[in-house]
Design a protein around this ligand. Sequence first.
Ligand code: PMP
Length: 462
Amino acid sequence: EYKDMSKEHMMEIRRQNCNPMIMKVTYYKKPVFIHQGHMQWLWDVDGRRYLDLFAGVATVSVGHCHPKVTAAAEKQLRKLWHTTNIYVYSPLHEYVDKLAATLPEPLKVIYLTNSGSEANDLAMLMARLHTGNFDIITLRGSYHGGSPQTMGLTSNSAYKYPIAIGLGCHNTMCPDVFAGPWGGSHCRDSPIQTIRNCSCPQGLCMANDKYIGQLKEVFATSVPSRIAAFFGEPIMGVGGAVQYPKNFLKDTYKLVRERGGVCIADEVQTGFGRTGSHFWGFQGHDIMPDIVTMAKGIANGFPMGAVVTTHEIAASFGRGVHFNTFGGNPVACAIASSVLDEDGTQQISHEMGTYLLMGLSKIRDKYEIIGDVRGKGLQIGVEMVKDKASREPLPPAAMSEIFEDTKDMGVLIGKGGVYGQTFRIKPPMCITKDDADFFLAVFNQALNNYMERKIKSINCSK
Ligand code: PMP
């Protein structure tokens, strides 16, 4: 019988032998010591059960230790763990055939990697080789990886180091219709709009033109006339579920292509049905990327990533040898195949996501410290503010109190946004209405507790 190490022993090892940074991002004042997972649930070493609405950052897509996925892994582990993809073996071909079928023409050529950063590194390289250009544009607040190259795409200081990162990487203003300088109540593609007052004529989003204007300014000031690529997450992940004005991606893609660049959709968080209405986050925006990158949910938590592109781009890239030892590992492929076989997850994302968004928007209306509720499917953000009028971020200490309390009542959620001001809800795509109701009750209670403590402290200091 397997027994966990003692908590003290694990913390000591963490202090002595682990990446010191993980101590800082342990997130909770009282850490959670995980023992086991099943579907949407996690158990700690003391047997306490948590509803996991963060899913290892949108990674456990169909459920922790999903029985069918686990069975597929076990079956493959008994047959073949590894070989190099210079040989021909079934799991890889079964998988890429299935994955290609989920993507529209001309996105049909697949490269398998082991992580999202690796996929984005590869996509950067492809874009540069194919276009013969160097400069790449991303959105402020985005996250595209932590390798020295992708660190340049990522636009969040917390993840940057003082090295020669990001040569040729430029950011344009994040078209955030809640917290940004422009935006209002009818700009984005979401069941829930921001409650910010907007002077735009009804149905016409002027904010989009303003943010596109910022992109044009980047073209005019920061890059050569020809560029290699634009990288964009269909809905920001780490950046706090930011959604853009309706035509922003479409207009951006057009301008980028006019300058010789290719358009890259980073679907590391938004892929595989997470946005509910579509299987891929880019769908529904009237755009067609030239390259799509994916990871996280691709294999339900098993390390894997992929880049999908066109035959044309693959041909430009094919002039050199690209090799990756683990990319296309048979076990990873068998797992990823069984993830694709799992029916109904996109529907659950759509239904439960919409239900959660509706519930959260009611809670938003009750509390002065909730500024915005947004997202699509099970990619949801709740932006916390000092007050609705200022839209200024709720300070980290207050965020932590609500976050810790939510956890103590049995629900794990995430934090994000450039200022750590947004709660992130991106559960395994198997949650039920009861789970959603439980979370809504817990979150409401945590906010209530916070407000009561705040009122008490004001009264005491009088
Ligand atoms: N792109 C996005 C949108 C991500 O959220 C992440 C991870 N948070 C990455 C890329 C990098 O993926 P990985 O951590 O697997 O390298």
